[in-house]
Write a protein that binds this ligand. Sequence first.
Ligand SMILES: Cc1cc2nc3c(=O)[nH]c(=O)nc-3n(C[C@H](O)[C@H](O)[C@H](O)COP(=O)(O)O)c2cc1C
Length: 277
Amino acid sequence: MSLITIDDEKCNRCGICVAECPERVIEMTGKENVPSVTEFGNDLCIECGHCVAVCPEAAFNMNIMAAEACPPRQPELFITLEQMEYHIRFRRSIRTYKKKPVPREILERLIQASQYAPTAKNLQPVCWLIIENREEVNRLGLMVIDWMRSMLNGESKPLFTEFMMKQIVGDWENGGDWICRGAPHMIVAHGPNDLPIPASESGCTIALTTLELAAPSFGLGACWGGYFNATANNYPPLRQALDLPKNHDPYGAMMIGYPTYEYHRIPLRKDPDIKWR
Ligand SMILES: Cc1cc2nc3c(=O)[nH]c(=O)nc-3n(C[C@H](O)[C@H](O)[C@H](O)COP(=O)(O)O)c2cc1C
C-alpha cells in the first residue's frame, strides 16, 4: 500500500509537490502530467509531510497524515521580522528561578512545539525526560558534585581545574547550586545512539535550542545544564539514576522554571565573523 495518496480531481498539476519533495519520491507522469509516487518512493519517503503541507489544493494525504488533520496556514499568526529579531536577541540563560513549579500542561505544550524542530532525515529521534520534582533535581545535582569531587585527585585533575570545579563544589558546600541553579525542573533530551546516521545528537541540541527560545513566550526561563549533561555522560551513578532506555544517550539537559528577575536590556555580542566568497 502506498504511503501517499493523491487525489486526481483536486490536483491542479502545478508540480510544486515534485519540486519540494526532499527525497524525490514524487514524479509527474503520463499525458495528464499527474503526480505519482516513484517506483521506490515508498522506501525512500522520510514521512516529512511536505507534499501534504505544500499542496495548495489539499490533494495529498499520507497514511500517517491526512491533509485535513494538518493545521492550516494562518498568516495572522506570523511574527514580524522586528519581533523575531528582538526575540532571538532578548533570549537569556536564566539562572534564578521562583520556587513555583510549572504546570505539566505548560511543559507539555512547550515540548510539543519543540518537537517541530528539524531532525536529520526526519527521524525525530528526540525523547524527553522531565525531572519534575525539585528535590529530585537537587538529588541529581548532588551527583554532579560527587563526580566533581571524585575528580579532585588523579588523572582528571586538569579537567577539574579547567572547568572551575573547585569553585563549583565550594559553592555547593556553602548552600549554592551552580549545577541546576535551584531550578524546579530539569529537562533531559535523549535518543538512540545506534541509528544509521547520527541524528540524535543534532536532534536533541536543536530541539533544546528551540525549547529555550520558545520558553519566554510561555512566561518561562531556561538554561543549558552543561555540567549536568557532561556528568550524565561520564558518571555511571547519574546515568543510572536517569534510567534511560539501554540504547539511549543523554544529549542535552536544560533547567526550566519561572524566572525571578526581568532583564532590562540586551547585552552585546561579538559581531559575526563572516567571509563572503
Ligand atoms: C552547551 C551549553 C552548555 C551550557 N552549560 C551551562 C551550565 O552548565 N550552567 C550555566 O549556568 N550556563 C550554561 N550555559 C549557558 C551559557 O553560559 C550562556 O549561553 C552564555 O553565557 C551566554 O549567555 P546567554 O545565553 O544569556 O546569551 C551553557 C550553554 C551552552 C550552549
